[in-house]
Design a protein. Structure first.
Length: 414
């Protein structure tokens, strides 16, 4: 295992890790940077060799998409044929939209990824280090789970053309400018298409992984800030062992330390909220496209599952994996967006439980600062799709219900 890990790190020695702002950024984004690098999508590497490799990959992806569109407008329009073509095209167009935002605003995403290096981000206690480790582990687990489900889907896609009832079939519906339906040409075309199709599949997954990593990164910062607010008095009390807890405001030195600490936490809270709003604004349109495509995909893939299980078990299994991946991607986005909303709202609870009743609010300026924090946290900050739909588990449930309703209509039409 160590040998494989060493080979993996050698193959993915990207400049994005070398230029990282610190260890905290690496803990959350190292896996993303390495996966992005190996699939030719890194924007941090500028060597001539990597530029040639990246340009080749992007050219192949573009040619595949063009071949899919060419096939779509030249097929005999049946429900099954149209659904097969639309499924592939929609998920790819959604990923191209995400990739466009991630690359065109890469300097903003870089600042978001390095936000933990803020001087007010406090990891001075073991409990906060454990919170960081919990979110880091959770981030890695969900990233690998998403990649595992996606890889299983891709493998099923590889197998299906080899076991279906059609001769010279490929894993994706495309049209080529030559006839490959001979044993030799088919083998060459199949292998080449497999490579390009793998690249575009992992292109889709890489963009989904990137979005999830940024959401987890924000959640970790909110969780640690909650702990800082809740334990602000105990943190300030470290150098004041014999202080009277009922008259904290009478000790000028403690009051000064407390006000400085509170000001730092207010600055950190402001920074996190600004970063959340930046991410919301950047991902608003891609998330709206995600909701629209997911609704269509869940409906159409469910249609394939229900109509192909009795006819072709392999295609039914392939469609089932594909359905699971799309539902899982939408679920994790909605779940973590709702968690951000919950964490931002829980700041008010953490401030309320911070021990203000011990008299510290009688110190000049403290009461006003606490009230402002409570007022700011009273309206939770969350992400939305196009500024119209809040991303939450409720939105996820509504999308599934809408897709099911459309599925029943589609089955009746068939």
């Amino acid at each position: 295992m160590k040998i494989l890990n060493s080979i993996w790190k050698k193959l993915t020695d990207t400049d994005a890790i070398k230029s990282a702002s610190g260890n905290l950024e690496i803990q959350f984004f190292e896996y993303i940077y390495r996966v992005t690098y190996i699939y030719g999508l890194s924007t941090s590497d500028h060597s001539v060799a990597y530029w040639i490799y990246s340009t080749t990959v992007k050219t192949l992806l573009l040619l595949l998409v063009c071949s899919e569109f060419w096939n779509f407008f030249s097929i005999t329009w049946t429900i099954d044929g149209v659904i097969d073509a639309i499924n592939i095209i929609l998920i790819q167009l959604g990923s191209f939209c995400k990739y466009r935002v991630l690359t065109s605003k890469r300097h903003i995403f870089k600042s978001l990824a390095s936000s933990m290096e803020s001087g007010n981000f406090d990891l001075s206690t073991e409990e906060r280090k454990n919170i960081l480790e919990t979110w880091r582990t959770r981030n890695d687990t969900w990233l690998k789970l998403l990649l595992g489900i996606g890889t299983s889907t891709v493998i099923a896609w590889y197998i299906y053309p080899l076991v279906d009832d059609l001769d010279y079939n490929l894993m994706v519906s495309i049209r080529l400018p030559f006839d490959y339906r001979t044993p030799v040409l088919y083998a060459i075309t199949y292998i080449f298409t497999l490579i390009v199709f793998s690249l575009i599949c992992y292109f889709v997954m890489t963009n989904d992984l990137n979005v999830q990593a940024h959401l987890m990164h924000l959640l970790c910062q909110f969780s640690i800030l909650n702990d800082c607010f809740k334990n602000i008095i105990s943190d300030c009390q470290r150098n004041f062992k014999d202080i009277d807890l009922n008259n904290l405001h009478l000790n000028k030195e403690f009051t000064q330390v407390y006000k400085c600490r509170l000001g730092n936490l207010v600055d950190q809270h402001t920074l996190i909220l600004k970063n959340t709003l930046k991410l919301r604004d950047l991902m608003s349109i891609p998330m709206l496209i995600q909701l629209a495509t997911s609704t269509t995909l869940i409906c159409s893939i469910s249609f394939q599952v229900t109509t192909s299980v009795d006819v072709n078990m392999t295609k039914g299994l392939m469609s089932l994996f594909y359905l699971g991946y799309n539902m899982f991607v939408l679920y994790i986005i909605c779940r973590w967006c709702e968690e951000i909303k919950i964490q931002s709202e829980s700041i008010s609870e953490a401030v309320y439980c911070s021990g203000w009743e011990n008299g510290i609010v009688m110190a000049p300026g403290v009461r006003t600062s606490i009230l402002l924090i409570l007022a700011r946290a009273h309206k939770p900050t969350g992400l939305s799709a196009g500024g119209m739909y809040d991303l939450s588990l409720e939105a996820y449930a509504n999308i599934v219900k809408t897709s099911y309703s459309a599925l029943t209509v589609l089955l009746q039409l068939r």
